[in-house]
Design a binder for this molecule. Structure first.
Ligand code: FAD
Length: 299
């Protein structure tokens, strides 16, 4: 099953992104946590792909666990980083053999210590090339990344959107965005793409609850994401109070979610960072939205 079918059948799709831990012990712990996540019945889980090492194989293991043990649709992320085309081909064959039928195809970030992404020898240069490789390999459902505030390496937002069109033309069936903290950025980007540039694939909003000032300012700088002034002020004011900071973050994204639902967003992808607290807090609202829309679409 391609995940695009969920976006076509439902008015709203609730997905959760997790990352695979590096050790076997923590993999087992996460499997137990995932059963609790699953109580909030997300429509699918996606599993990130690390920069290298054991966590890469663990992406496959965790995605297979979700699909076969939890019985929930899953999407394995894959990046071009440090891979030849042949290695990418082998990863895709393994995913196919495990009946994992959806791939989030990404370029990946520059490796530690380098400022720019360097194309691996015999490998791919950007996500568009990887998407074509996935498309040519087998019948995979394909997701790709989008950047409402533009990609951090590309100061020209029009050019960045042009590359997004390229990814869709290569075979991306839906787009999941980088997190954003001000809905205006997402809504303007969506309007531009859909109303002016003829994009018709689902544009799924990525939501990440800010946990504290230090982590949020770091992530925002790394990803080129703007922090609204009132949020920055509140997080800074409670910099030394972890519980108050978390609450500020949750309240902020709850408002974002309400606004996005009012604007008829096709899906929300929750960057849960493996946190049960995040899923417990935001899962019911997102589940209700998905449930309501399923009922609406059935009528
Ligand atoms: P691309 O679409 O290739 O874009 C990268 C840059 O190149 C952009 O500046 C773009 O404007 C430019 N560009 C694109 N195509 C061309 C072209 N044809 N010619 C010239 N320039 C071009 N990272 C991980 O390591 N693992 C993960 O699991 C992971 N999951 C993610 C999930 C989501 C939903 C998102 C939004 C990001 C994720 N990332 C992950 C981060 C991602 O790898 C980085 O943001 C990375 O820097 C860009 O990846 P991309 O696929 O968007 O690249």
């Amino acid at each position: 099953m391609h995940l695009i079918e969920l976006y076509q059948q439902q008015n709203f799709v609730f997905s959760i992104e997790i990352f695979p831990p590096k050790t076997e012990k923590n993999m087992e712990k996460l499997k137990i946590t995932l059963e609790k996540f699953n109580g909030y019945t997300p429509d699918y889980f996606s599993v990130t792909y690390g920069a290298g090492g054991t966590s890469r194989a663990n992406t496959h293991e965790m995605a297979a666990h979700i699909k076969h043990e939890l019985g929930v649709p899953t999407m394995a992320h894959l990046t071009c980083v440090s891979h030849t085309a042949k290695e990418i081909d082998d990863v895709l064959t393994k995913l196919k053999n495990s009946e994992i039928t959806n791939v989030m195809a990404l370029r990946g970030d520059p490796t530690a210590g380098t400022e720019r992404f360097i194309q691996p020898e015999g490998g791919y240069h950007n996500a568009g090339e990887l998407i074509s490789a996935v498309r040519n390999h087998s019948d995979f459902g394909i997701g790709a990344a989008g950047y409402p505030e533009g990609h951090v390496e590309n100061p020209n937002k029009d050019d960045d959107r042009k590359h997004l069109h390229g990814k869709i033309a290569a075979g991306a069936e839906f787009i999941v965005t980088q997190f954003f903290l001000d809905n205006t950025h997402f809504l303007r980007w969506r309007d531009k793409l859909c109303e002016e540039e003829g994009v018709s694939v689902p544009l799924v909003a990525g939501i990440l609850p800010p946990s504290n000032w230090k982590a949020t300012s770091h992530m925002s700088e790394m990803c080129g994401v703007t922090i609204p002034e009132d949020l920055a002020e509140a997080l800074l004011k409670h910099e030394t109070d972890p519980e108050a900071s978390k609450e500020i973050g949750f309240v902020h994204v709850e408002k974002q979610i309400e606004g996005l639902l009012r604007e008829g967003v096709e899906g929300i992808h929750l960057y849960a960072l493996n946190s049960l607290e995040t899923v417990k807090r935001l899962g019911p609202k997102l589940r209700d939205a998905a449930g309501t829309s399923s009922v609406l679409s059935a009528n």
